[in-house]
Design a protein around this ligand. Structure first.
Ligand code: CAA
Length: 257
């Protein structure tokens, strides 16, 4: 499928989406977001894909929503069209989504990064929610997902000042899963994603659902959801295969059944 603002490829059981709008540091215009959503839907429906990686360039994962596109918008327009609501589809992908982040992850770029499940950052990565500097505020989940990821004090600091944070600070705060040298970023992302993709998709998708439930519900409801889902996995052939393979000291052959 041809796209104008992204590139897609498949490596093993991993689907890759590379943001490709270098002249604007991968600023997210409406067309690019709709391409990302379309590509995710394709990988989501493909039984040969077990994990998706979202990445940008060395210089920028994405420098935010396209400010030039948004500058002339009115309140009635943004409200009636529910501006940015289409971005939510990224968070709704049921398969695990890995972000491989180098350079700027700012504003909406940081927000789509936070919609991903595993975040691998290059040492060059820089994060900010700088919307306050242009008279607005994060609008694609930034205030909510950042607060859940790193707590109130740091979220207020970042959102109210718009300051830039480096990869070491992001790792220390638990915003990213791991930090690697820039030259190793894509190989590390592929290795992590392939490791996920070769597990039973029933397990990995159930795990994603259960972890996300932790941010939506009470502890007792979340624990019950986890326990019942865990029980349900005993109805799968992949559970039989995974445990038999352990006992027989061989690699499991999962069939997503
Ligand atoms: N939207 C539109 N264009 C952008 C952009 C953005 N978010 N970020 C960068 N660009 C464009 C620049 O306008 C420039 O284009 P021209 O050559 O045509 O002028 C090109 O990308 C290169 O950028 P700079 O010349 O500014 O590069 P730099 O190295 O001097 O600075 C930067 C890099 C610090 C990332 C700077 O570009 C910047 O501050 N960008 C804006 C970051 C920002 O405010 N993001 C939040 C957007 S609002 C949002 O995301 C709302 C939301 O919640 C969804």
């Amino acid at each position: 499928m041809a796209y104008d603002f992204i590139q897609t490829r498949v490596a093993g059981r991993v689907g890759w989406i590379t943001l490709d709008r270098p002249e604007a540091l991968n600023a997210l215009n409406a067309a690019m977001v709709s391409e990302i959503v379309r590509a995710l839907a394709g990988f989501g429906a493909d039984p040969d894909i077990g994990c998706v990686v979202l990445t940008g360039s060395d210089r920028a994962f994405a420098a935010g929503a396209d400010i030039k596109e948004a500058a002339g918008r009115s309140y009635p327009e943004t409200f009636l069209e529910n501006f940015l609501a289409s971005w939510d589809a990224i968070a709704h992908l049921r398969k695990p989504l890995v972000a491989a982040v180098a350079g700027y992850a700012l504003g909406g770029g940081c927000e789509i990064m936070m919609m991903c499940d595993v975040i691998i950052a290059a040492e060059t990565a820089r994060f900010a929610l700088p919307e306050v500097k242009i008279g607005v505020m994060p609008g694609a989940g930034g205030t909510q997902r950042l607060a859940r990821a790193i707590g109130k004090a740091k979220t207020m600091d970042l959102c109210l000042t718009g300051r830039m944070m480096d990869a070491a600070e992001a790792e220390r705060l638990g915003l990213v899963s791991r930090v690697v040298p820039a030259s190793e970023l894509l190989a590390e992302a592929q290795a992590v994603a392939e490791g996920i993709a070769t597990k039973s998709r029933i397990s990995t998708m159930a795990i994603k659902e259960a972890v996300n439930r932790a941010f939506e519900t009470s502890l007792s409801e979340g624990l019950l959801f986890e326990r019942r889902t865990f029980h349900a996995l005993f109805a799968t052939q992949d559970q039989k295969e995974g445990m038999a393979a352990f006992v027989e000291k061989r690699a499991p052959q999962f069939r997503d059944m």
